[in-house]
Design a protein around this ligand. Structure first.
Ligand code: ADP
Length: 459
């Protein structure tokens, strides 16, 4: 595994670890909250029953005194004194226009009439069981008048509302008994339970995170990631420094070997000429490598400059083809330009960078084609300019096509083993095209040929 794959692996491990931690935290939280919710629902049900039973017992206590409202009032007052959880106690009798309050812990209410919907519901219940509900639901009154009444009830601090029909000795419905009961005690306990369960959940989450961090070696990976970033930076700096330093001596070697070859230093023996021309071609290759490395470091450090200009693509292409024709001819490859039938609109990109891209791609086509031809085609489609470079070369597998634009990637097989290169050309090409908001794609069949297609938007 190389350095770059390693780095991706470390990032993947970090992301995996972080996702796992988030998932576990979410699951534990959902679990705790659903337990608390279920507990609350259960508690509410039992409070409802309790309030109901409470009201029924009081009803039994008061039943024998039905009709004697004064006595009932006294009994109610003494009951309230002894039971702080009872917040409101009311007995109401039906009239033509609603219910009249005949007994109440709130004496001001006596004599008043109300149509509170829960009283009506309790009165009209088929099984004469009455109703019990929590105060919040009781507060959802439909009419304005009811709302005021419900608000008054709520203000007295009860949490449970119970209304029961009362029967006289002839088993006839005669009144309604209504009480509000406070569940403050239970609420306090619930709140305490909730807080302690939340604390426990947080502690569990922290412990799980610590455990996972150790088992997944997240700290190690985080450290490793930092280290790799550092090494990556050092590598970039080294490439940048080394390529700068190499440039001058390589230029010297190239220059002097050219001078020897063209006779500037007088006559040299044939075997010495052979040696010097080998030096010259090695120096040429080295110069290309140095330029590629310099481009890589410029791109990686964001130092590459794009100087856009309005240009006619056909003119630039013709110029490059002219330049590369010598190379193609030496391999007996036909290098052709097939421009678009109409005059293409001008595009706004960097002319030097366009030349660099074309030299790279057409140069590759010449390099990786043994016989046949190379066509450069221009087209305009969907407000885009397409430059296609089509060759009848060695082509490449679909696996190679996927990795083609990776840094240092070179296809390694019998056909390519004699061809020298750095594996940087297409990486640089793609980056530069993207910096100019363009796109590059490849289609290829092994043994048949390849087609590289570059596109830029026409503005
Ligand atoms: P190199 O310096 O090796 O040419 P590039 O980045 O330019 O590096 O190209 C990467 C690899 O893609 C090459 O090594 C070669 O195997 C393959 N390749 C590029 N262009 C062609 C082509 N026209 N036909 C077949 N293979 C190609």
């Amino acid at each position: 595994m190389n350095f770059f794959n390693n780095k991706q692996g470390v990032v993947a491990q970090l992301v995996y670890g972080a996702l796992l931690i988030i998932l576990i935290v979410v699951l534990i939280s959902i679990n705790s909250f659903s337990i608390i919710k279920k507990y609350k629902i259960g508690l509410n049900e039992s409070l409802n029953n309790q309030a109901y039973i409470y009201a029924k017992s009081i009803y039994t206590l008061l039943r024998d005194n039905m009709g004697d409202n004064e006595l009932l009032q006294k009994k109610v007052e003494s009951l309230i004194d002894r039971n702080s959880e009872i917040k409101n106690f009311t007995i109401l009798e039906p009239r033509e226009d609603g219910f009249e309050i005949v007994v109440s812990t709130n004496k001001e209410q006596i004599g008043k009439r109300t149509n509170f919907y829960l009283y009506k519901m309790a009165w009209n219940q088929k099984d004469y069981q009455g109703i019990a509900t929590d105060a919040i639901s009781a507060g959802i009154a439909l009419e304005e008048e009811d709302k005021k009444f419900a608000d008054d009830l709520l203000r007295q601090g009860g949490n449970w509302f119970v209304a029961l029909p009362m029967f006289n000795q002839f088993d006839q419905k005669e009144a309604i008994l209504s009480i509000m009961i406070s569940s403050q005690f239970e609420n306090d306990i619930t709140q305490k339970n909730q807080i302690s369960s939340l604390i426990l959940t947080m502690v569990t989450i922290i412990v799980v995170i610590m455990f996972l961090a150790i088992t997944l070696r997240i700290w190690d990976y985080a450290l490793l990631y930092n280290k790799m970033k550092e090494v990556d930076k050092m590598k970039d700096e080294f490439i940048s420094m080394a390529s700068h330093e190499l440039r001058t001596p390589v230029t010297g070697i190239k220059g002097y070997s050219s001078m020897i070859l063209d006779g500037s230093f007088g006559e040299v023996s044939e075997s010495a000429m052979k040696g010097v021309s080998i030096i010259k071609s090695a120096a040429d290759r080295l110069a290309i490598l140095v330029e590629d490395l310099l481009d890589v470091s410029r791109i990686e450090q964001g130092r590459i400059e794009i100087k856009s200009a309005i240009l006619d693509p056909d003119t630039v292409i013709k110029e490059i083809i002219e330049e590369l024709k010598i190379q193609a001819d030496s391999k007996k490859i036909n290098l052709l330009f097939r421009p678009h039938k109409d005059i293409l609109p001008k595009i706004n990109i960097d002319p030097d960078r366009l030349k660099q891209i074309l030299i790279n791609i057409i140069g590759n086509s010449i390099k990786y084609t043994e016989k046949g031809m190379i066509e450069v085609i221009t087209e305009e489609k969907n407000k885009k300019l397409f430059i296609k470079i089509k060759d009848t070369g060695i082509g490449m597998s679909s696996e190679a096509q996927k990795r083609l634009f990776q840094k240092f990637y070179r296809v390694k097989n019998d056909k390519t083993k004699e061809i020298t290169g750095t594996g940087l050309g297409l990486w640089i090409t793609k980056r530069i095209i993207e910096l100019m908001n363009g796109n590059i794609e490849v289609e290829s069949i092994e043994g048949v040929g390849s087609q590289f297609s570059i596109s830029f938007e026409i503005k």
